[in-house]
Design a protein around this ligand. Sequence first.
Ligand SMILES: Nc1ncnc2c1ncn2[C@@H]1O[C@H](COP(=O)(O)OP(=O)(O)OP(=O)(O)O)[C@@H](O)[C@H]1O
Length: 335
Amino acid sequence: MAFTLSALELDLNSVERLIEYLDVPQEPPAIIETKRAPAYWPSSSSNTDLLVVENLEVKYAPELPSVINDVSFSLKAGERIGLLGRTGSGKSTLATSLMRFVEPTNGRITIDGIDISTIGVYDLRSKITFIPQDATLFSGTLRENLDPFGDHSDGECTEALRRVRMFADDTPPTQSIRPSRTPSRASSMHSEHFSTATTNIDSKPSISLDAQVSAGGTNFSQGQRQLIAMARALIRRSPIIIFDEATSSIDFETDSIIQATIREEFSGSLLLTDYDRLIILDKGKVEKHIVEFDTPWNLIQKEDGVFRSMCMKTGTFSELEDAAKAASLTQSLQT
Ligand SMILES: Nc1ncnc2c1ncn2[C@@H]1O[C@H](COP(=O)(O)OP(=O)(O)OP(=O)(O)O)[C@@H](O)[C@H]1O
């Protein structure tokens, strides 16, 4: 009898768990057959706004206060937009709502004329690249990570790796790619990850993309994983890239490579990172969450501005001021 009762209890537990699972919010459909996004969408060549955010409000639960509150802005193709704000101000929430990992409670996000809530998440997420601070890779080869559906040639994959400087400039592109077992600094990345053996057939090197990547990509450093994710974005020619910059944990050299790649390689894409204009989110201080949206030079001059006060707190205000001024001069010379 005791046996029967505990078996029944187990069964009831299973039913209870099943009911709990049924309560879990469902992932939105990957594809909505009647509302497919066109293959050419989103087009980074159009002169109209590429990304329009209107009166966006995001809450993590109905009973919780809104994390993003009545935010509106529009961005054009090719712009580089920095998203700044104190910790907890809603930067990640705003970035992830563009990918619909969190759904708005109010408002609308339109990309190249399509309200993103009306299409399947596959159509959306396959066109936008989100590179988080802790970019993860999956277990398989480096090639599979770069081009999971095998849509591109080896040459394209290799070229993308070269463009994100996974090969040292002076290293002939020959190599069998051999990830290190422990995270390494960028300076050693070139030598450790890419051996320099040439083929016997001719002296022209060929590149092997068959390096094994362990689950999560843990045999690459955090910075290298971001670079590989950037190579993937280059291969896909993503028109919109959201790049969550790691601040402290990446060594100086890898960081310089990442910055150079951002500057030089993504000129045609709308890039939410290193900036021409800044969106500054501030939660506690004001009701509206976008408090400032302007160039760094204009923002740093605002006496009571959030950006100015953030720069002051770094202890390197005059250097930042000089950098913002220099950037503004360069920009005005270019236009
Ligand atoms: N999954 C979640 N459930 C409930 N609240 C959340 C969730 N994720 C974030 N929040 C809350 O939303 C607010 C904004 O968080 P968010 O991570 O967007 O800020 P952030 O500006 O990116 O911060 P950081 O610079 O520290 O990464 C915070 O108060 C946070 O506690």
